[in-house]
Ligand binder design. Sequence first.
Ligand code: NIG
Ligand code: FE
Length: 405
Amino acid sequence: MIIDIGYLATCAEGGLQSDIHPIRDAAVAFEDGRIVWVGAMDALPDRYRVLRQTSAHGKTLIPGLVDCHTHLAFGGWRADEFGMRIEGKGYLDIAAAGGGIRKTMRQTREADSEALLSHCQTYLKKYLALGVTAVECKTGYGLSKEAELKILRVYQKLRLEGPIDIVSTLLAAHIIPSDENCNRDCYIKMIVEELIPQVAKEQLAEFNDVFVEEGAYTYDEAVNILEAGLGFGLLPKLHVDQLSDGRGGELAARMGAISADHLEFTSQAGIEAMAKASVTGVCLPFASLYLNQPPMKARSFIDAGVEVAVATDFNPGSAPSQDLPLALMLACTMSRMTPAEALKGATLIAAKAIRRGAEYGSIEIGKRANFAELDAPDIDHWLYHFQPESCVRTWIDGDVVFTRP
Ligand code: NIG
Ligand code: FE
């Protein structure tokens, strides 16, 4: 049981995205990894007073953060492209010259499973220190049947290892690998006829993602690839409208996607289509910032009735940071979300965007006891006076998995 919580943001379902349903001077009790009681300290029933107690000393408690969009497994970084982009070279021009995603593809193919595993373990450990307790992990740098399966099997290992919950997404349709012996149509045919059935058979992923953009996949190709995934129970996700309006909102609505991510250039019609089809929008401030793109207009989405999650997009090119709290601060300043909206976007709404809304994402009876304790008096203060080491303790399934030294 955690007592003396100065400010507890339950982030419970219900109300607007800005309703994080806080409780002041609170306590939360859990048994066998599940929450059994939450409320004000002075309302704590006697029967829970026998549980082992730890004090939060008046600090803030939030649900364990959920990073619902990452490309965790990759070989090499692309720091050399940072300066090039600042000097004016375009993201797509660098890619066309052999850099960008294709460069990471080569380095990821070269990395063996052990190297990728240890790379991921390094960053998962850092996630615990940020208060992150669940991470969605995409493929997309293997771009061949073997290399994509290699990445998914690494994620499978990490999932079994714990304690962070790993949720896998197939993003074989990230770009066209342009291998000599397999052109565009041949590669898409391989995804549809071989890779998706194999991934489903081995239960290696839950979601199927496509990057729709010039230099990546077309709207129609995305429909084809996502429909193939649906046939095998893989739910659609999308990278859309990042660099141009590719009717991504409309596409996500048409496909019944669980989320559509990036959305910097989505039209009002796209936003309304997403609202009508209950597609969650995912705001990725690091990608907009690093690529010098206009940020996603999260305010317009929320005002139209779309739930907006916030994630890092952690990858070696467009978003080389895994600092989810920093991404939340940027979602406030760049995308005009309030601190409360940003928090709900990285807890309950993020959990729903990876189909885990019934398991975690809020501090409610029955949910997994995943929490982050913050050295801040409340959520407004946490994201306003931003401090990099604000998380002091992290719990997963009732166990302390990180304590700041
Ligand atoms: O989500 N948009 C496409 N894919 C990644 C970028 C990957 C990279 O630059 O390596 C993204 O931003
Ligand atoms: Fe991404």
